[in-house]
Write a protein that binds this ligand. Structure first.
Ligand SMILES: *[C@@H]1O[C@H](CO)[C@@H](O)[C@H](O)[C@H]1NC(C)=O
Ligand SMILES: *[C@@H]1O[C@H](CO)[C@@H](O)[C@H](O)[C@H]1NC(C)=O
Ligand SMILES: *[C@@H]1O[C@H](CO)[C@@H](O)[C@H](O)[C@H]1NC(C)=O
Ligand SMILES: *[C@@H]1O[C@H](CO)[C@@H](O)[C@H](O)[C@H]1NC(C)=O
Ligand SMILES: *[C@@H]1O[C@H](CO)[C@@H](O)[C@H](O)[C@H]1NC(C)=O
Ligand SMILES: *[C@@H]1O[C@H](CO)[C@@H](O)[C@H](O)[C@H]1NC(C)=O
Length: 798
């Protein structure tokens, strides 16, 4: 069936990764594409006094925030709005229950189609617009659908990305030759990376596999016709996306039969009326694990002449592959060019019963980063009554995937489990490295729920190392379940709750989309020396894969290094909070993708830090390298960590992990300033709520006599809160400047701005002062930057 386009139907490389392993087991290459148009016209306005337009003035305190946002949008867009050019307020907009700020997400609509990168986020409180981001297309709408931007007029993000990749690879190649040390990059490539001539082959392969431009035979050019075939552009994307040369060769040599086999059907089985445009589902697409979702949309592509922006009609695909989950935009007009790719994978009024048995776990307690920092102890299921009201081992039968399609005979609403299976997390082994998880092995602790399993890995020869590691699967799945639940509860208490898109099967009627617990795979067989997390939009399970590390004998198990688990879970946090729960494309590549990595490092490091200051490296234990897996440890000492904003210009800073490291280092310096001013708390967990749901101040919050917002008292808890609040305030696809400004605005709204100068002092110390700048940006985050070490005038005497 071909899609006939009629009016009625209009309805994430930075990491060029090749997994390399010399252990036993299947070898698989994971690669990840990520690039897209640069939006020079996008802006973020974050100081309330800047937010003034012609007619719009502050409304009364009790005005409906959605209505305030609507008036504001109409005021800003003014005569840009017409019958063919409009907007919609997204349903995943929400009000933060602590700060009272309403985060409103707006999508641009032209000719009935979404502009997939036409986003506004508007932050409203008490009738006032606090800040907003806007990347709407400002030109005039094309007169009809089949009008395409001419290929010659626009830049080609994929081509530019590949040009950048060549430079990067040459740089890496020279350092490989120079270096005797193995290279390890978490969530990017795996260790040990090859050296010498092998490195050259490896890098050539990386470039070749990411930059396939073969133009497939044209089935139907869309010239003037309204007959837009979805299959040809989809195959074009698969050629670029698949890591397998065999799949590419198969597509090229059996092109006609692939086209014939791919079948399309319309996904219109909405139970309730929906204003979503229907998606097509395309089955039998090579190298995918589920049917591909496809819909037509517009995307904004910069023109070849500076400052011009064109609208391009694209097919938007959601492509689930074994190791990637892509959201891609491919030109609907032949020739089919890939315009943007985001990999969602980064290397989820019934009475509430109180569980009668509390589980216990023999684990490295929360706060211990890895086995070198302490011993395992018996820890309780310290479920938080706000975050996990039914504990960690209960979930409704209706939301339990192991009952899918099977009608439960229980009269009970909740099912109680004695395994690592609950409302927040499904934890299990995944030795086969496949996608199925429901029937995978997980420990059963019986009625007592005592998860006490041995962990004493022995030294073996290399052949037996894998088998030896697998003997401790009970202990490792228990640890992964424990750490993931602790993070769920901790992040919940700082505002990553149901409405803001957290990962839970059941949302207790508190809003947001359910059925999206984290699927946590221990000892995943799809790789070594790495970990990754896939974050689809709210309502679909996040998937975390933890690997063994063959960096030592006995093998080291990533599940036991909390920092790696926290880093991965933080991808879920930042992706869901930035740009709203339903948009997983807001931290795609470049600076925003880099910050997606950086927040994970920063939060993991903050969680492990103690009252006595220390520098910390990421992943040292698993990687068996004192310096860890980044270029530098996080440190206040500029000799130990010299990174500043401008460091991003250096060769080697093409990938999101290197960019993220700079952002995490900046946040580390900023956080130490707040700790110096406000002191340090030994626990980041806020006090338990009282029976009536009130949260006591304890020694954790500032005295507020029950009034909101609750403000953490100490420097480390305060920066935690500011960082999470800022993720909600910042625009889709933020750069370092927007993320910095959002943190400063978060402080303004939380404390009245008392840390304005402390925060600026930290940012400026790392070159991110008010006059820092970037020019000549590229589709993956390149550019030329200028550091600014000055603080704002108001802080001069500070
Ligand atoms: C699950 O545990 C809760 C609390 O202990 C209890 O109220 C409920 O009946 C249990 N459900 C089943 C199916 O046993
Ligand atoms: C490794 O150790 C096992 C058990 O000690 C032994 O059976 C096996 O032959 C050894 N393999 C190698 C390659 O040395
Ligand atoms: C895991 O625990 C179960 C239940 O206690 C036990 O039967 C099984 O042998 C354990 N598995 C391993 C690999 O030790
Ligand atoms: C911090 O350092 C001080 C002095 O060196 C020491 O007395 C104290 O026990 C340390 N605290 C922690 C938590 O390590
Ligand atoms: C910073 O680190 C260098 C290198 O380790 C060391 O020589 C220097 O003393 C340190 N500076 C401070 C202020 O601690
Ligand atoms: C909740 O309970 C505490 C302690 O009993 C009490 O001080 C507080 O006023 C109560 N709050 C509400 C909102 O009822």
């Amino acid at each position: 069936m071909r899609l006939l386009l009629t009016a009625s139907l209009v309805a994430g490389l930075a990491g060029s990764a090749v997994a390399h392993r010399d252990g036993p087991g299947p070898v698989r290459h994971r690669k990840s594409l990520g690039f897209g148009p640069v939006h020079k016209h996008a802006k973020y306005v974050s100081t309330p006094y800047q937010v003034v337009t012609n007619a719009f003035t502050r409304m009364s305190d009790d005005s409906d925030p959605i209505q305030v946002a609507r008036l504001f949008v109409e005021d800003i867009l003014g005569n840009q709005l017409s019958e063919s050019s409009s907007y919609k307020i997204r349903k995943d907009s929400y009000t933060d229950s602590n700060t009272g700020i309403t985060h409103v997400y707006v999508r641009q609509i032209i000719n009935g189609l979404e502009v997939s990168d036409g986003d506004m986020n508007i932050n409203v409180k008490d009738g006032l617009i606090l800040s907003y981001g806007n990347s709407f297309f400002a030109g005039s709408a094309p007169s009809h659908l089949s009008q395409f931007a001419l290929d010659d007029d626009v830049r080609h993000p994929h081509q530019e990305f590949c040009d950048g990749l060549i430079d990067e690879l040459e740089m890496r190649y020279s350092s490989f030759l120079a270096s005797e040390a193995d290279q390890v990059v978490m969530g990017d490539a795996a260790a040990p990376a090859p050296k010498g001539n092998k490195a050259m082959q490896h890098l050539t392969h990386v470039h070749h596999s990411n930059c396939r431009f073969q133009q497939l035979p044209l089935k139907m050019a869309a010239q003037g016709s309204q007959d837009l075939d979805v299959r040809a552009p989809l195959l074009q994307f698969m050629v670029a996306a698949t890591p397998s040369d065999a799949v590419v060769n198969d597509i090229l040599s059996n092109y006609e039969s692939h086209l014939a086999q791919m079948s399309e059907y319309v996904d219109v089985h909405h139970f309730a009326p929906s204003d979503e445009m229907p998606s097509l589902l395309v089955a039998n697409v090579p190298d995918t694990v589920n049917p591909v979702k496809a819909k037509l949309a517009y995307i904004q592509v910069p023109g070849k002449d500076e400052d011009s922006v064109h609208l391009s009609l694209v097919w938007k695909f959601e492509v689930e592959m074994q190791d990637n989950w892509y959201e891609a935009a491919v030109s609907a007009a032949a020739p089919h060019r890939i315009i943007s790719v985001v990999d969602w994978a980064s290397d989820a009024a019934v009475p509430i019963p109180t569980p009668d048995t509390t589980a216990t776990y023999n684990v490295f307690a929360f706060g211990l980063n890895d086995p070198e920092e302490g011993k395992r102890t018996i820890e309780k299921e310290s479920f938080d009554t706000l975050a996990s009201p039914v504990g960690w081992h209960s979930l409704p039968y209706a939301n339990d995937p192991s009952f899918q399609g099977v009608k439960s005979t229980s009269k009970d609403f909740y099912r109680n489990t004695t395994t690592t299976w609950g409302n927040n997390v499904f934890a299990q082994e995944n030795w086969e490295g496949q996608n199925a998880y429901v029937r995978n092995y997980r420990p059963d602790a019986g009625k007592s729920k005592v998860f006490d399993f041995p962990y004493k890995p022995k030294e073996t020869n290399k052949t037996d190392a894998l088998e030896e590691a697998q003997k401790y699967i009970n202990a490792t799945v228990t640890q992964l379940f424990y750490t993931t639940n602790m993070i769920h509860d901790l992040y919940y208490r700082y505002g990553f709750d149901e409405v803001s898109g957290n990962f839970q099967q059941y949302n207790f009627g508190r809003g947001g989309q359910g059925n999206d617990a984290v699927i946590a795979n221990a000892q995943d067989g799809s790789g070594y020396n790495n970990a990754n997390f896939m974050t689809p939009p709210d309502g679909q399970n996040g998937r975390m894969r933890m690997y063994l590390w063959n960096t030592a004998i006995p093998y080291r198990d990533g599940d036991f290094e909390a920092g790696i688990v926290i880093h991965e879970l933080s991808h879920g946090l930042s992706t869901r909070l930035t740009g709203g729960p339903a948009n997983s494309g807001c931290l795609p590549f470049g600076e925003s993708g880099g910050m997606g990595e950086g927040w994970g490092d920063f939060l993991a490091t903050t969680i492990r830090s103690t009252a006595n200051y220390s520098d910390y490296a990421m992943g040292s234990w698993a990687a068996n390298r004192v310096g860890g897996i980044r270029n530098y440890p996080y440190s206040l000492n500029e000799t130990i960590n010299p990174s500043t904003y401008k460091t991003l210009d250096k060769p080697g800073y093409f990938g999101v992990h290197a960019i993220g490291e700079v952002w995490a280092q900046i946040l580390w310096v900023v956080s130490q300033g707040l700790i110096e001013k406000h002191g340090f708390t030994d626990t980041l967990f806020p006090p338990a709520a009282l029976a009536n749901g009130t949260v006591p101040e304890g020694d954790f919050y500032r005295p507020a006599s029950g009034k909101k917002p609750l403000v953490p008292k100490h420097g480390n808890s305060l920066i935690f809160q500011l960082v999470l609040n800022a993720m909600k305030l910042q625009p889709c696809r933020p750069g370092f400047f927007e993320a910095r400004d959002a943190i400063i605005l978060a402080d303004q709204t939380l404390t009245g701005g008392e840390n304005f100068c402390t925060l600026w002092k930290g940012f400026s110390a790392k070159g991110l002062g008010p006059d820092a700048s970037v020019v000549l940006r590229t589709p993956w985050g390149g550019g030329v930057r200028t550091d600014d070490f000055e603080v704002p005038l108001a802080c001069d005497t500070y």
